[in-house]
Design a protein around this ligand. Sequence first.
Ligand SMILES: CC(C)(COP(=O)(O)OP(=O)(O)OC[C@H]1O[C@@H](n2cnc3c(N)ncnc32)[C@H](O)[C@@H]1OP(=O)(O)O)[C@@H](O)C(=O)NCCC(=O)NCCS
Length: 195
Amino acid sequence: MEQILLMNEQVPTAVPSTDAPAAPALKPKKVSESATTMTQMVMPNDTNPMGNLMGGNLLCWMDIACAICAGKHCETHVVTASVDHVSFQKPIRVGEVVTLEAHVTRAFNTSVEVIVEVFACDIKGHNVRRCNSAFFTFVALDGHNGSPVPVPPVLPLTEIEQQRYESAPRRRELRLLLGGRIKPEDALEIRHLFT
Ligand SMILES: CC(C)(COP(=O)(O)OP(=O)(O)OC[C@H]1O[C@@H](n2cnc3c(N)ncnc32)[C@H](O)[C@@H]1OP(=O)(O)O)[C@@H](O)C(=O)NCCC(=O)NCCS
């Protein structure tokens, strides 16, 4: 379980009881404030018998890059709640350089969606290619009692940030549906796709 604790951790206050005053709304944060880039070189120990980066190792790096991004956005501990479909489209060879770029797309109540894009190139920086991408969902947890806590909204500024922000509720519904957390009749954003 990935528990990310930032050095400058600011743990949001606990959700108040019903007779306490409502907590102030969290200030929206720009996508760029938590953008995270991670670079790795594929070493022999990271590979499968074909000499390519093993999928499980790439997933681990993706999870770490996304968790750092989500932790920076939420400013508290985060845990991975789900990983959407991942396909490994292009092999990455031993000795190549892998760059993972993670950005928050949208925050909900206590969860945040992060997209990670994976690029590979040779040691000279040539043969750059986009190998895959995936959406990860993290839940922010109170550092003391481990219960989910509210997360700051995302402020999308660029066109791609806007696109990812607007499509995020549909992806969220689909993953909650597939995860058995909502019923098909409650999937209001995507129900029309199946009828
Ligand atoms: C993620 C976790 C904290 C959610 O706990 P919970 O008691 O179900 O909490 P809630 O029902 O209050 O849901 C909290 C948030 O998680 C989201 N969530 C829960 N399961 C989810 C899933 N499978 N996919 C996406 N989001 C999920 C909910 O939608 C909710 O988000 P919102 O507040 O933004 O609407 C809990 O399931 C957990 O600890 N899982 C293990 C995490 C872990 O160890 N990860 C590493 C891999 S082992």
